[in-house]
Design a protein around this ligand. Sequence first.
Ligand SMILES: C[S@@+](CC[C@H](N)C(=O)[O-])C[C@H]1O[C@@H](n2cnc3c(N)ncnc32)[C@H](O)[C@@H]1O
Length: 237
Amino acid sequence: MQLGILYGISVGTGDPELITLKGLRWLQQCPIVAFPAGLGDRPGIAQQIITTWLKPQQTTLTLNFPYVQDESILVSAWQQAAQQVWDYLKQGQDIAFACEGDVSFYSTFTYLAQTLQELHPEVIIKTVPGVCSPMAIASALQIPLTIRSQRLAILPALYTINELETALDWAEVVVLLKVSSVYQQVWQILHQRKLLAHSWIVEKATFPEQKIYRNLARYPRLQLSYFSLLLVKASDI
Ligand SMILES: C[S@@+](CC[C@H](N)C(=O)[O-])C[C@H]1O[C@@H](n2cnc3c(N)ncnc32)[C@H](O)[C@@H]1O
C-alpha cells in the first residue's frame, strides 16, 4: 500500500485568513487533521485557528506536546505523537498537521517530523510556509519590521539577560519571543538603555483579543499571555 503524506501546514498567527491558498487546499483535502492539544480541556491554538476551515467528514487528531523542559518527557511525547501519526500514514491516509504561525519557525512540527523520520525513514513529509509572529506583529503595529540595511535579531526566548544585551549591541531591530516570563528583567534592560519608548509588546497578534502595548515606560509590570512578543527598534535608520 502507498504511504500517506504528512503535510505541515502553517496556519498563521491567529486570524484564520492568514493561511496561504496552498495551505488551505492541503488542509481541506486531508482526511485527517492533527494539531497540538491545548492546555487543560481547552482547544489548542492551531485548532482554534482552523476550526472554520474544517469539513464535517474530516477526522481530527489531537497530539500531546507537554509544555515542559524535561528532555526525556519531551522525547517520549514526540515518539508517542509520531506513532499516532504513523498509524494513519501506513494505512495510506494523508495527515495535515496545523501549525500556529509558520511551520519552520520554532515550531513543534519540527520535532514531530524529525522523530517520524528517525523511526520511519521512508515517511514523506511536505510543508507549506506561512505568516510567522514577527511579521504578524509588524502588521498589527502598522510599521515595517526592518528597513534599509537594518539588522534583525530574533531571540526565541531569553535564557540569560546577556543574550538581550548582545542582540541590542548588534542589531537595530530586536524581536524577543516568549517574553511573558522574563518581562520585568527585560523592562529593566530597556529602561537602562533608554529604549522603552522604542519598544512594543503585542499579545495574541491577529486574534480578536489582540492587545498592543506602546511606550513600555508606562508598563514596568505586565501579566502577559504566552502568545506575546516584544519588538525593539534600537534605531530608526
Ligand atoms: C514556540 S514559538 C512559535 C512560533 C510560531 N511558529 C510562529 O511562526 O510565530 C511561540 C512564541 O511565538 C510568539 N507568538 C506566536 N504567535 C503569536 C501571536 N499570535 N502573537 C504574539 N506572539 C506570538 C510568542 O512569543 C510565543 O511565545
